[in-house]
Structures are given as structure tokens and as C-alpha cells.
Design a binder for this molecule. Structure first.
Ligand code: RP5
Length: 342
């Protein structure tokens, strides 16, 4: 049997495909459906699939990591990374003297619910690298990663530290980041313009409790959870302090954010240059942008720092902001999406 279509069927198939594509191009609203989203924005077609995808994301990291090579490992006083110069980051560049520090925190080694077994000391094994492993996704947005001597290798390159540091999972640790923005306005409700004449965007920023840096209120995707659910949960917990709310207040908050945080546009999915990354464990995220164009929706949100946040504020976005991990570059993508000043 041949796989080729007869000519008339081929033409029919082509016409149907073109028609379907044309209808899609007319889609104006961007739908976030679980962690699966099909959207069209600025004339650019975006199609993404679940975390379990096998192809590298079109939005993936590129470049070299810098924060993942910070000298002292986060949340420690004296755990020093082996120094990795820029030209020795990539694994395919020989670096015979490379002797990374071995480090995993006691907390992670004690086996909390979010952590994998300590496969290096023979406690359990992981066989499903680059696959969905039960409810845990070991798939990277950056494509297939190498596994050497039984351990997954950071897809960007050397970090100067091996094993997991304070990350629970070997390989990718998946997170989700909600970028919530509005236009900056004067007391007379006029939109403020930047030096480039474009409107100035503000976003909901939290100050992280672990290092005091300002960041997007993101969080880890729990095994089996959807990115969309994580986005709502993290925004509620970190920027609205939902954990301290009564059941009634929680319901009110839920009603307010549910609709707004259901219509967003994915601006990034891939590796994060997070200071916690190691040679064998690293952060990846999916970042969605939710913009309140007329300022009537997010204005209702009562921002209160909670959970992992020390403070929360509307922060002006421009090229001089300095945020946690790669968050500044996610904001830049969001600004581009709505043609905001940068
Ligand atoms: C970053 O870590 C992600 O972009 C996300 O914002 C964050 C998730 O980790 P926790 O805030 O839960 O520590 O890499």
C-alpha cells in the first residue's frame, strides 16, 4: 500500500488545511487551556504543546548562563562553584581541569515530597530520562539532554557545581511564571509615555524571601498539575497572600483572578538562568503574559505579599530593571508583545 494521496484527495486535503489555517489566523482572543495554548499575536503564529513535548521549544534559551555560575551557591555561605569561564561553558569544549564542587542540601537529601531519590548513593533509580515519568515531567523544553554516568547534563553547559544543590529534581525542575501588567497612569488617568514615546508598562513584582531580589511571582509546577493552575495558585499565594485568607475571601479572590488569568499569551518556555542550577539539575519555566489594557481588571486586585514573598509592588518595566534569574528577559518579551516602552 502506498502512503501517497491520489491527486484529487491531495487537493482536497490542501484546501481544507488552508481553510482551517485561515480561520485560525482570524482568532483574536488568545486562549490558555490548561498548559496547552494556541495563540496568534502580532501576526506571529504560536503553537505550543504540553510540557511532555519532545521537540525543543522555539522560545528556548540560546546564549550562555551567567547566574548559574555565581561564585557562592545560593542559600549557603561558603559553597563555592568551580570557576567556569565563558568559553568553557559548553560541554563540547574540552576543559580537562574541570573539577566541579559536589553539593546537595541536607533538606533535599532528606527526601521531601518534591525531591527525587538520591540516586548517587544507590537510593532508588531513575530510568525515564527525557520522558514523562509517572506524574513527573523529565522532558526539557530545550530538547533531548544527555545522560552521562547515570546523571542528566545541564543543556546549556557547565555550572561549576554537580548534583542537585537545593533543587529537588535531577534534570529539569519545571516552574510557571505569571507576568501581570497594566499601563502606568497619572493621577488624571493619562497613560505615561517613556522616552521612546511608547506607553510605560508596570508589572506585579514580588521580592523573594530567599535572596531579597525582585521577581515575577512564579513557582514550581507540582507533578501532574497544569501550568495554568500553577500560575493562578502562585499569583494568589505570592502576590495576594491567599494562604492567610478565610474561605470566603479566597472565593472572592478566586472569582476575580480566574477570568483574568485565563486569557494570556505565552512569552517564554525554556531554560531559566537560575542561580540554583547545577550541572545535573536546572530550572525551566513557562511564562504567560496577562495585560490589563484599560486598567479596570487588575486594579481590583488587593496586592499582599505572602508565602515566599517579602513584599509586592507594581514595578515600572524598562531595560534598566534587574530581576531574579532570567525574569528581565521575560518582561522584555512581554513589552514587545504589547509594544510598550522598554
Ligand atoms: C525561577 O524560579 C522561575 O522562573 C520561577 O519564577 C521560580 C520558581 O521557583 P520558586 O519561586 O518556587 O523558588 O527559575
Amino acid at each position: 500500500m502506498t502512503n501517497c494521496l491520489p491527486c484529487s484527495q491531495g487537493v482536497l486535503w490542501l484546501s481544507v488545511s488552508v481553510a482551517v489555517l485561515s480561520v485560525c489566523v482570524l482568532v483574536v482572543d488568545i486562549h490558555l487551556n490548561g498548559n496547552r495554548m494556541i495563540g496568534f499575536s502580532n501576526g506571529v503564529r504560536r503553537l505550543s504543546i504540553k510540557i511532555g513535548q519532545t521537540k525543543p521549544s522555539k522560545m528556548s534559551f540560546g546564549g550562555l548562563h551567567c547566574k548559574a555560575r555565581c561564585e557562592i551557591y545560593p542559600r549557603t555561605k561558603d559553597v563555592k562553584r568551580f570557576k567556569v569561564p565563558d568559553d568553557k561553558v559548553r560541554w563540547n569544549v574540552p576543559f580537562p581541569e574541570y573539577s566541579p564542587t559536589t553539593f546537595t542540601t541536607e533538606t533535599v537529601l532528606s527526601g521531601p515530597y518534591y525531591a527525587d531519590p538520591d540516586i548517587c548513593s544507590g537510593k532508588g533509580e531513575i530510568t525515564k530520562w527525557n520522558e514523562i515519568d509517572g506524574k513527573v515531567s523529565r522532558v526539557s523544553f530545550e530538547g533531548k539532554y544527555e545522560v552521562v554516568d547515570g546523571l542528566p547534563l545541564n543543556p546549556v553547559g557547565r555550572t561549576g557545581l554537580k548534583h542537585r544543590g537545593c533543587l529537588g529534581r535531577w534534570g529539569p525542575n519545571h516552574a510557571a511564571d505569571p507576568i501581570v501588567t497594566r499601563w502606568k497612569r497619572t493621577d488624571d488617568d493619562e497613560i505615561v509615555k517613556g522616552e521612546d514615546g511608547k506607553p510605560v508598562m508596570e508589572f506585579v513584582s514580588i521580592q523573594r524571601r530567599d535572596n531579597g531580589e525582585w521577581a515575577i511571582p512564579g513557582g514550581m509546577v507540582e507533578p501532574g498539575s497544569l501550568v495554568s493552575a500553577t500560575i493562578k495558585q502562585e499569583f494568589g499565594e505570592e502576590a495576594m497572600n491567599s494562604l492567610e485568607m478565610s474561605e470566603e475571601e479566597k472565593k472572592e479572590m478566586h472569582d476575580k483572578i480566574e477570568d483574568f488569568l485565563s486569557h494570556g499569551d505565552k512569552v517564554y518556555e525554556g531554560y531559566v538562568d537560575d542561580p540554583r542550577n547545577t550541572d545535573n539539575a536546572w530550572m525551566e519555566t513557562t511564562a504567560y503574559h496577562f495585560h490589563d489594557d484599560d486598567g479596570t481588571k487588575v486594579g481590583q486586585f488587593n496586592l499582599h505579599a505572602g508565602d515566599d514573598a517579602m513584599a509586592v509592588q507594581w514595578m515600572v518595566c524598562n531595560s534598566s530593571i534587574n530581576l531574579y534569574a532570567s525574569h528581565t528577559s521575560f518582561l522584555q518579551q512581554a513589552a514587545k508583545r504589547i509594544d510598550a516602552s522598554w
